[in-house]
Ligand binder design. Sequence first.
Ligand SMILES: NC(=O)c1ccc[n+]([C@@H]2O[C@H](COP(=O)([O-])OP(=O)(O)OC[C@H]3O[C@@H](n4cnc5c(N)ncnc54)[C@H](OP(=O)(O)O)[C@@H]3O)[C@@H](O)[C@H]2O)c1
Length: 249
Amino acid sequence: MKAVVGGASSGLGAAIARNLAAQGYDLLLWARNQERLSSVAQSLTGVKIETVAADASDPGAAEKVADAAGEADILVLNAGGPPPAPADKTDADEWRRALQLLTVTPIDLATRLLPGMRERGFGRIIAVLSSGVREPLPELSYSNSGRAALAAWLKTVGRTVAADGVTVNGVVPGRIDTERVAALDRAAATRTGKDEADVRAASIATIPAGRYGQPEEFASVVGFLASPASSYVTASLLSCDGGMMRSLT
Ligand SMILES: NC(=O)c1ccc[n+]([C@@H]2O[C@H](COP(=O)([O-])OP(=O)(O)OC[C@H]3O[C@@H](n4cnc5c(N)ncnc54)[C@H](OP(=O)(O)O)[C@@H]3O)[C@@H](O)[C@H]2O)c1
């Protein structure tokens, strides 16, 4: 079985690649930077690994990745996040770029790989989302909106393909300790004039578990959704957040 994993050169995507390789899935890994992708690929053993460099904010990315994938049984939709911006100071060109990155490319890629999954009677599509789809985050205007649109599509298509053995789910991270989260903490420290350690401590104080999650903890949720054991879980959004999110859904 083959899995396609986006944003696989660092953070959550690299941890998901390690989890799926350990489960024995062959992998196609993609992100923008070929060197970092190759380094992740070389660290994985025992399965066939391919890589392809593509930029999810480029309208041609989905076709490039789908062509490289051929047939795929598991598709993990993941890439980088757009820059923070206050909701009253967004920019039309940045909206187009963010919606391509967060919404259009993942839907385009999934739409290209879905027919093969349905024909073979098995498929898993899993999107990495953000707590902003449940509780919009201050300053993350592009991310809140683009990911909410993707989440709505996941729920819709999940029901469309449910009878064909294909499940479609999203996993909602709270604060998982990756370079992206460190960069957001640094940006918040600069914006507010606070110390970075104080920003991180204030963020951790909102998490009942009392710490940021580890990428491996997040990857194990995706690994479960990728496995045959998750066959009756579809059109769902699962949180991996140490209890951070307060909303019921
Ligand atoms: N960590 C968290 O707690 C958390 C919380 C909420 C949401 N998220 C979201 O989850 C996703 C993964 O987060 P992370 O923490 O793993 O971030 P990360 O460590 O920064 O990793 C992002 C990955 O995506 C790739 N990438 C970035 N921009 C891309 C683009 N335009 N096209 C293709 N690939 C791209 C990066 O590689 P290249 O630079 O080589 O392209 C890298 O492999 C992000 O969208 C992030 O916003 C994470």
